[in-house]
Design a protein around this ligand. Structure first.
Ligand code: ZN
Length: 538
């Protein structure tokens, strides 16, 4: 090769390098805030700092009409949908758990008895994405880079780590319920990397529990919420009221008649649960060298504590407000960290949620209420057994009715009687025959959500549709999610960093549009079941 040819070769090589590194981000970080409603971005505005949510809102692509386009809106389906770019109809995660006709029992969305826990003393590691029937954007990144990308999913909850990671990620890490250490399963790893062992040996969870949870600001500043002690919250077990300060260690150790809160639940319900996830991701970035070469890497992180606190204390509580203020500071610190180590101009960040949440019905009073799901299921089965001589129901779960097949029973009559019973029950608006969408009387978009959440092999035969604002939950306090209504479907969708241009977007955008937008940025194939579209965020 002559000098001229050599020069040309190197010039071409450098040009290729330059173009390549300009064309894709070096690192993608997906942030899921479990149970974060869209309105939380603004509810605590006056108390937010400049470097967290406000920075994302000011410098990012902000979707103001970002929605889930399926129901049920639960954590498992949410995380799967964000990363597969489609809904339960295609990715197969129709709930956190659901009744399996094949196995005649309820199955959990990431359970897998064929794999083993990876991590010393771990007990919660028999988990994998085996129920996930579509690839995630992380899967496609590994397939598209010949497995050279560095990828991982991280969350306190196993499903919050595994479903985003998918089948081909380097690893998914979640917190073991017995040891409070980060663990994985043999679906991903044979043993934990040294940096994970070193992280675990710092015993941060024990320090966090000992430190307790105090309000960050003086109580007068929480005027966006109900008083600290309110009737709309569920106190921890063996405590009189849900009030600050929380002695987390004591709560996790107190037992009355052998019953009490586990250290895992207490940690997961405190803001320190979010901090633990951030510290772990920072340790990973440092040890694994995420974002340090021209092959793009991806991290999916999910904050579970916002969901645990949301369920227990509800959206009107000082506890939830304090958790978001602390998350705001944590995000600010984390973004600065990523900027210093990788550079935000090289990092594409998105932030969203896996579902929203209903206002606490007892607080709303009208129009809202509590659907008594257990009473409904038991009552319906007795009623039908009385009518037909046999119980034609196999299971009632996730507000769905699974029928059994008994030759002697006329199922048209069963359907008639189910409707007759259900329509008189408090909170029930309609009975939708799943698969027969002519029985959905709602507006088209609500029926479409039910259809997008329906899987012919896994879902039940009927869906009990409640009135908006009604939940199947403890009437003594707290709240839940799962409905096809706006409070559960309307969530933040924000892209930030890399080449993203600031934009306030008011189009209808769906959660399934996130994954194809990331695929587009990474110049890789869409996830296998993808039904979303890439957004112009530049
Ligand atoms: Zn969730």
């Amino acid at each position: 090769m002559s000098i001229k040819e050599l020069t040309f070769f190197f010039a071409f090589f450098l040009l290729f390098q330059a173009v390549y590194s300009q064309e894709t981000p070096r690192l993608v970080i997906g942030i899921t805030v479990d149970q974060m409603r869209y309105d939380y971005l603004y509810k605590y505005w006056n108390d937010l700092g400049e470097g967290g949510f406000k920075r994302l809102l000011g410098q990012g692509f902000v979707a103001h009409n970002g929605h889930f386009n399926y129901a049920p809106t639960y954590t498992g389906p949410g995380h799967a949908s964000i990363y597969t770019g489609t809904g339960p109809a295609h990715h197969g995660i129709i709930g956190n758990e659901w009744y399996s006709r094949k196995e005649k029992r309820k199955v959990y969305c990431v359970e897998d008895e064929s794999v083993r826990s990876v991590g010393e003393g771990a007990t919660s590691g028999q988990a994998s994405p085996k129920w996930l029937t579509a690839t995630t954007v992380i899967d496609q990144l590994e397939l598209g880079t010949n497995d050279q990308a560095k990828t991982m999913g991280v969350s306190i909850k196993d499903r919050g780590a595994i479903l985003p990671a998918g089948h081909h990620a380097d690893a998914a890490y979640w917190v073991d319920k017995a040891t409070l250490r980060f663990i994985s399963s043999s679906a991903y790893l044979d043993s934990l990397p040294d940096w994970v062992k070193a992280f675990n040996s710092m015993e941060l969870p024990q320090q966090y529990l000992a430190a307790g949870w105090q309000l960050r600001n003086s109580i007068e500043m929480y005027n966006e919420s109900q008083p600290d002690s309110s009737q709309f919250e569920l106190p921890f077990r063996n405590t009189d009221a849900a009030v600050f300060p929380y002695d987390l260690k004591k709560i996790s150790e107190t037992r009355a008649f052998g019953v009490g809160e586990t250290a895992y639940d207490v940690l997961a319900t405190s803001p320190q649960g979010n901090e633990l996830v951030v510290r772990f991701v920072e340790a990973a970035i440092e040890a694994e060298g995420f974002g340090q070469d021209n092959i793009p890497d991806m991290i999916a992180m999910s904050f579970s504590s916002t969901d645990y606190a949301g369920h227990r204390f509800g959206p009107h509580s000082v506890e939830v407000q304090d958790m978001y203020l602390r998350l705001d500071s944590l995000l600010s610190e984390f973004l600065s960290y990523v900027d210093s180590v990788v550079g935000l101009e090289q990092t594409l960040v998105f932030l969203t949620a896996d579902h929203g949440a209903a206002d606490v019905p007892a607080y709303v009073k009208e129009p809202a209420g509590y659907f008594k799901g257990k009473t409904f299921g038991g009552g319906l089965r007795s009623y039908l057994t009385h009518k037909f001589g046999v119980d034609p129901i196999e299971s009632v779960s996730n507000q769905q009715i699974y029928l059994t097949q008994v030759d002697s029973v006329d199922y048209e009559k069963v359907e008639y009687e189910i409707r007759r019973f259900a329509m008189r029950f408090s909170g029930v608006m309609n009975v939708v025959k799943l698969g027969d969408w002519s029985t959905c009387s709602s507006r088209e978009e609500v029926c479409t959500r039910l259809r997008n959440g329906y899987h012919p092999q896994l879902s039940g035969d009927f869906y009990i549709q409640l009135y908006p604002g009604w939940i199947d939950y403890n009437p003594n306090g707290g709240t839940t999610h799962g409905s096809p209504y706006a409070y559960d479907t309307h969530v933040p969708i924000i892209f930030f960093g890399w080449k993203v241009a600031p934009q306030q977007n008011y189009e209808r955008i769906y959660i399934e549009d996130i994954a194809p937008t990331i695929s587009d940025a990474l110049r890789i194939s869409l996830p296998s079941g993808c039904t979303g579209r890439a957004l112009d965020i530049y």
